[in-house]
Design a protein around this ligand. Structure first.
Ligand code: ASP
Length: 338
C-alpha cells in the first residue's frame, strides 16, 4: 500500500530557481515540482502538493501562517499518512516549535524542511532534503507511523522540531538540537533513533489548538546594559528573559526592584539561557536567587524559539486549566528536559 503524504509549500529558498539571464532568484510554480524533480515519481509514496498562493520568505511568516498550516493539517489529518512542510530556513524553528504545541497528540509525522540553495541550483541541497523528508514523512512500521511528532529534516539529520535552532546561514548543516539527541540520520540507510522519538500519551486523541497570543516579549541582557531600559519595557503579559549561563543576572537592588515591578504589574517572567547548550538552574549561583524571589519561571534547557512560541500558545489559552506558570513548567511535547 502506498502511503499518502501531503506536501505544503510555504516558500523560502527551496522553491526558487535562478534566472540565468538576470542572475536573480525567483519563485517557481511548485505545482510543477514533478517536472522539476522527476525522481519524486520514484518514491514509494503518493504526494499531493498544496502550495501557498503567495510563497513567503519565512521572515514574513508568523501566527497567521502557523494557524493556516495547523488548520490545514487538522482538516486533512485522516486523509494522509504524513505531512511535509517546505519552509524558508530563517524562521523554520519557530514554525516547527509553534506547530508542535498546536498539533496535540500527533500520531503521524509532520516534517519541515527547506534548503540553503535553491532547488534549481547545480549544487543545491534542496533535492536531498526534500526526497529524504518524504521518506521520513511516509515511514511506517506495523501500520504505525515511526515519527509521531513535528520534526525538522535537514542535511542528513532528523531533529525534534521544538528543540532546533538555526545556527548557520552559511553551511548546509544549518540546524542543531544542542540539548537533545538526533531523532534519525540518513546515510546509506535511513536510520531512526527510536529511544529519542516522542510518543503521545495513550488514549489522548489528536486535536488542533490554534490559540496564539502575541502579548509576549523577548529580551536579552548584556553586561553594561542600562537598567533604566528594563523600566521602559512596555506592559506585556509574558517577558522571555534571556540571561547569562545557568541563570545569572546583575546582582543589584535596582535589578530586583525593576523585575519585581514587572511582576507586580502581572508580567510572567520566563528565564532562559544565552548558552545554546545546557540551561537554567536557579540557585546554583547567588546571582540567580533574584529569580526565585520574584517568582520567575525557569525555562530549563528550552530554546528561545520554543520558549517564545510555548508562551504564545499557553498565554490566556481558554483550553487550559491552571496557571500559566504551572503549564509552562510541563514538558508538553518533548521541548524541555524533565
Ligand atoms: N530568507 C529565506 C527564508 O527563510 C532563507 C531560506 O529559505 O533559506 O525564507
Amino acid at each position: 500500500m502506498k502511503r499518502r503524504v501531503l506536501l505544503i509549500y510555504t516558500g523560502g529558498t527551496i522553491g526558487m530557481e535562478k534566472d540565468y539571464e538576470t542572475g536573480s532568484l525567483r519563485a517557481f510554480d511548485f505545482g510543477n515540482i514533478f517536472q522539476k524533480l522527476p525522481e519524486m515519481k520514484l518514491i514509494e509514496c503518493e504526494v499531493s502538493v498544496h502550495p501557498f498562493k503567495k510563497p513567503l520568505d519565512s521572515s514574513d511568516m508568523g501566527p497567521e501562517e502557523w494557524k493556516i498550516i495547523a488548520n490545514y493539517i487538522g482538516k486533512n489529518y485522516e486523509k494522509y499518512d504524513g505531512f511535509l512542510i517546505l519552509h524558508g530556513t530563517d524562521t523554520m524553528s519557530y514554525t516547527a516549535s509553534a506547530l508542535s504545541f498546536m498539533l496535540k497528540n500527533l500520531r503521524k509525522p509532520v516534517i519541515l524542511t527547506g534548503s540553503q540553495l535553491p532547488i534549481g541550483d547545480l549544487r543545491t541541497d534542496a533535492k536531498e532534503n526534500l526526497l529524504t523528508s518524504l521518506y521520513y514523512a511516509s515511514l511506517y512500521e506495523n501500520d504505525e507511523a515511526v515519527v509521531q511528532e513535528v520534526a525538522v529534516y535537514f542535511e542528513y539529520k532528523l531533529l525534534r522540531g521544538n528543540r532546533t535552532l538555526k545556527y548557520s546561514a552559511e553551511f548546509f548543516d544549518a540546524y542543531q538540537t544542542p540539548n537533545y539527541p538526533l531523532l534519525g540520520q540518513s546515510g546509506v540507510h535511513l536510520n531512526v533513533n527510536k529511544e529519542s522519538l516522542w510518543r503521545p500519551k495513550s488514549g489522548e486523541e489528536f486535536s488542533v489548538d490554534l490559540h496564539i497570543s502575541q502579548d509576549v516579549l523577548f529580551w536579552r541582557i548584556f553586561p553594561g546594559m542600562h537598567l533604566n531600559h528594563f523600566s521602559e519595557i512596555p506592559k506585556v503579559k509574558v517577558l522571555v528573559l534571556q540571561v547569562f549561563g545557568s541563570g545569572t543576572i546583575f546582582n543589584t537592588e535596582k535589578t530586583q526592584n525593576t523585575l519585581q515591578k514587572l511582576r507586580d504589574q502581572g508580567t510572567e517572567i520566563v528565564v532562559i539561557s544565552q548558552c545554546v547548550s545546557g540551561g537554567i538552574s536557579f540557585g546554583k549561583y547567588s546571582n540567580s536567587n533574584i529569580f526565585t524571589k520574584i517568582g520567575a519561571i525557569s525555562g530549563n534547557d528550552i530554546t528561545a524559539e520554543s520558549a517564545i512560541t510555548k508562551s504564545m500558545h499557553l498565554l490566556d489559552n481558554p483550553n487550559n486549566e491552571g496557571s500559566f506558570a504551572k503549564n509552562f513548567a510541563k514538558n508538553l511535547c518533548g521541548e524541555v528536559s524533565e
